[in-house]
Design a protein around this ligand. Structure first.
Ligand SMILES: [Zn+2]
Length: 79
């Protein structure tokens, strides 16, 4: 699983959020997500994505990396 810089497409090392080519810093998104999770601790990735406008895949990346702790992303249908 490789992550790419969303700006220039440069391959990022696992757990690395700053692109070495263009310097694009993902930490801003991370901060946004973290602030949201602090306010709404029981959110799943989908809810965070809807609320922050950050892509689910990126949020899941932070979660996988252990940077974020949220509830399991069990899709609940028929709510
Ligand atoms: Zn880049």
């Amino acid at each position: 699983m490789t992550d790419k810089c969303f700006k220039c497409g440069h391959i990022l090392n696992p757990g690395e959020y700053t692109c070495q080519v263009c310097g694009q810093n993902d930490m801003e998104d991370y901060r946004t997500i973290r602030n949201y999770v602090r306010s709404y601790p029981n959110s799943n990735a989908m809810q965070i994505a809807n609320a922050t406008g950050i892509s689910v895949s990126k949020i899941l990346r932070y979660i996988r990396d252990g940077s974020l702790t949220v509830v399991d992303n069990h899709p609940r249908r028929g709510r």
